[in-house]
Design a protein around this ligand. Structure first.
Ligand code: P71
Length: 458
């Protein structure tokens, strides 16, 4: 079947405001060519992020009404706890207001100067929280994971040989934990195989190092395992998720992704002593351990979302959407990171606009043109986000890939919205030779992509 049937009906709508090309040119100019600085009302299709942008179901909204707002031991906390425990089987589950709060608490307790935390690829908030504790975040994804055109079923896998060499070289006592980001967001939303998770755990166990999953997109990762890894085709996504978590000692979670909610997260683990310390930090900075900075109704919505996200009809529709985008980009010859990830399509900007040098941010040129052409907001994941300039020499170090991420909010847009996005990408691609690069007119010292301003290089 060519048509993706969204496995839901719509009973509440939010109008999209249409704009003209002239209006968008003016808006973009005013925003200093930074899409983060454009108001959401001035966007037609918003693919900036899949984080916190999901549409909740009728059952989640019903849960919002049922939320128990008691300070301590609320009914909603118990429902949340039981659901997370059913999937992860972790002993301690600590709610937080979002993923980075869980990261901050974990790394405050285990990281510090002289410590290393390896991962397949750390997401930027995870890296920032490790570095904030003066520890080092190390990315050890397999080489296939860095080549946008290469097809491999599990491009999110960690390089097991490099991991073991790294542990031997740095010493196990300096490695308080290893992380696996499932799916690997910075590497293109690519999955990690069950075999890779299991073998990572085997190596770590020999050295007494705990494994933590960055579990934001665990359900999408489970579905990829079901579809791509021999032996899992007849297992349910929930069983696959349960097996993935069984190899880990804990996890951080941004519920804004695969818990289908607009805010929330948690930190989970088996270690009693670490959990006690984490709860104590939580009480100082987030809230009492049975709500952790969230309202009772949020916990209720997370519990319900975790139930819905593992339904196969939903996951089929979800992964099929990215695949569908990939198939159509292939037909029109537009280069993108292959195979399509779980939550997004990433255009390969170096191949799309080879005439723009990386110092002039080809990804930004494409992202801006997608906005001017069709009011689409995407996100540059390339030199602006990850490039570094040496303060002494002034030398510029670009990242391995220049990408433009079009991330898909969950259950928000229909197939016709995606067809429109494809039309706009095609129009921009046809006129790609006219794309011009950008230079900074303002940049902040850290996380510059959020607030930077640019001008066009003529
Ligand atoms: C995404 C985000 C949201 C985001 C965050 C920072 C800059 C731009 C966009 C958030 C993640 C993530 C992974 C793998 C932890 C977090 C933090 N992703 N791990 O992709 O993808 O979660 O936002 O709830 O704090 O747009 P948090």
């Amino acid at each position: 079947m060519k048509t993706i049937i969204e496995p839901f009906r719509i009973k509440m709508v939010e109008p999209i405001k249409m704009t003209t090309r002239e209006q968008r040119e003016e808006i973009l100019h005013r925003a200093g060519y930074n899409l983060f600085l454009i108001n959401a009302e001035e966007i037609i299709i918003d693919l900036l992020t899949d984080s916190g942008t999901a549409a909740m179901s009728h059952n989640q909204w019903a849960g919002i009404m049922r939320g128990d707002e008691s300070y301590a031991g609320a009914r909603s906390y118990h429902r949340f706890f039981e659901k997370v425990q059913e999937i992860t089987n972790f002993k301690h589950i600590i709610p937080t207001h979002q993923g980075r709060a869980a990261e901050r608490i974990l790394f405050e307790l285990i990281a510090g100067p002289g410590k290393y935390v390896p991962s397949n690829t750390h997401f930027d908030t995870t890296r920032a929280n490790i570095e904030y504790q003066a520890a080092e975040a190390v990315d050890l994804v397999i080489p296939e994971g860095k080549d946008p055109q290469l097809i491999h079923p599990f491009k999110g896998n960690i390089d097991l040989t490099r991991l073991e060499n790294f542990i031997r070289h740095k010493g196990a006592k300096n490695i308080p934990a290893c992380m696996l980001t499932i799916t690997n967001n910075s590497g293109g939303g690519q999955p990690v195989s069950m075999e890779n998770i299991r073998k990572t755990k085997e190596i770590l166990a020999r050295y007494g190092i705990p494994l933590f999953l960055d579990a934001c997109r665990f359900a999408e990762n489970s579905y990829f395992i079901k579809k791509r890894e021999p032996g899992y085709e007849n297992k349910s996504c929930k069983e696959i998720a349960q097996e993935m978590f069984s190899y880990a000692d804990g996890c951080t979670m941004s519920a804004k992704k695969d818990a289908l909610v607009n805010i929330g997260g948690f930190l989970a683990m088996n270690d009693d002593d670490l959990a006690m310390k984490a709860r104590n930090v939580l009480i100082v900075t987030e809230g009492f351990p049975t709500y952790g900075g969230l309202a009772g109704r949020d916990l209720e919505a997370i519990a319900q979302g975790l139930e819905e996200v593992l339904q196969e009809d939903y996951l089929h529709y979800r992964i099929r959407t990215a695949e569908y985008m990939g198939e159509h980009l292939d037909l029109i010859g537009v280069p993108y990171l292959k195979p399509p990830g779980g939550h997004a399509i990433y255009l390969d900007a170096k191949a799309f606009a080879p005439h723009i040098p990386v110092e002039q941010f080809p990804g930004q040129a494409i992202a801006c043109q997608l906005y001017t052409e069709g009011g689409i907001r995407s996100c540059e994941i390339g030199g602006i986000m990850f490039g570094r300039t040496d303060p002494q020499s002034g030398d510029y170090f670009p990242p391995a890939m220049e990408l433009v991420r079009l991330a898909f909010p969950r259950r928000v847009y229909t197939q016709s919205h995606f067809d429109y996005v494809l039309e706009i990408i095609e129009a921009v691609y046809q006129k790609r030779k006219a794309l011009r690069g950008f230079r900074f007119t303002y940049q902040a010292p850290v996380l510059r992509h959020f607030t930077a301003k640019f001008e066009v290089v003529r």
